[in-house]
Design a protein around this ligand. Structure first.
Ligand SMILES: [Zn+2]
Length: 140
């Protein structure tokens, strides 16, 4: 299972965060919820989105300028919403099945999933305040 290293915002400990887990992702040192931002593929997307947390799927590509503007916003949101929102990034060039499933003809396309069901969809880059309002609405 692939993973990435995330620094705990509470204590600074570096933790290895799995792409997929049905449990909570928390700091090994202080047990604070960790930001959960992962790169998923056609192969592991189903496992990556199998979580009780709200999932924010980012359909992006390296050549897409607006995607690069959204990327650091999503990094910050994953910290602010640690324990509540999981960010799953999918490179549409390498993962055509997921791109097709979410009809990502224009990118960035952001899709919010709650237990596999689409609860919101955002096409095009938006600023951080706007995305926070949408996430707050989806979290209810
Ligand atoms: Zn910690």
């Amino acid at each position: 299972m692939s993973s990435r290293v995330t620094t705990c915002p509470a204590c600074g400990t570096k933790n290895r965060v799995p792409v997929a887990s049905t449990g909570r992702v928390q700091c090994a040192s202080c047990h604070a919820p960790l930001p959960w931002l992962v790169d998923a593929t056609d192969a592991d997307f189903a496992a990556a989105t199998d979580t009780d947390q709200l999932v924010l799927v980012d359909l992006w590509a390296p050549w897409c300028g607006p995607c690069r503007m959204v990327a650091p916003i999503l990094e910050r949101l994953s910290v602010q919403y640690a324990g509540r929102v999981k960010v799953v990034k999918v490179n549409v060039d390498h993962n055509p099945a997921i791109a097709s499933r979410f009809d990502a003809r224009s990118i960035p396309t952001l899709v919010m999933l709650r237990r596999g069901e689409t609860v919101a969809r955002v096409v095009g880059a938006e600023n951080e305040a706007s995305l926070k309002r949408r996430i707050d609405a989806a979290l209810g």
